[in-house]
Design a protein. Structure first.
Length: 187
């Protein structure tokens, strides 16, 4: 056991051990961290959801925003458990009403996310959820969209941090609090 592992919450290794690594996907050199095994096992999925529910149950949040697409899975369940509404931050061209958009860079290209212009009210306290933080571009773009419509992003959260890609540091440098369940530093 490493010093870093001693400092981790006891659930971090449990969750990390159930994430599948797919080498060279979606392109050569990318080590894709696949959360679908977490979702397939009911016990592991419940532990994962409970980690987030227990962290945020006393935060006085107004809404959960989930990032397309895996952030929808966790975000919607956490919103349900906390008796909150859920808003999707979607990839460009997927929302049917008036939207605002933000372009960003990711580890293997660029993309644009959109949010309905009426997704939140001015001053709403929002938890932003995605499956992982890589370069931080998606999380920062989603937070920027929420801020543009007047929401207060209380915290961003993800299952996985990939610290070598620098995204978690960039998210924090933007003044966004960040919680992750586990990381793949040196794994």
């Amino acid at each position: 056991m490493t010093i870093a592992q001693l400092a981790e919450p006891p659930y971090a290794e449990y969750i990390r051990s159930r994430i599948r690594t797919v080498p060279n996907w979606p392109q050569q050199g990318v080590m894709f961290r696949d959360i679908t095994p977490l979702l397939q096992d009911p016990k592991t999925f419940r532990v994962l959801v409970d980690i987030f529910v227990h962290r945020y149950m006393d935060q006085k949040l107004d809404i959960i925003a989930g990032v397309d697409a895996r952030g929808f899975i966790l975000g919607a369940v956490v919103a349900y458990e906390l008796n909150l509404g859920f808003v999707p931050v979607r990839k460009k061209g997927k929302l049917p009403f008036d939207t605002i958009a933000e372009e960003y860079e990711l580890e293997y290209g660029s993309a644009t996310v959109e949010l309905h212009a009426d997704a939140c009210k001015e001053g709403d306290r929002v938890l932003l959820i995605d499956d992982l933080v890589a370069t931080g571009g998606t999380m920062i773009a989603a937070a920027n969209l929420l801020k543009r419509i007047g929401a207060n992003v209380v915290e961003a959260a993800a299952i996985v941090d990939l610290p070598e890609l620098g995204g978690s540091q960039l998210v924090r440098q933007q003044g966004i609090e960040l919680f992750t369940v586990c990381d793949f530093s040196g794994h």
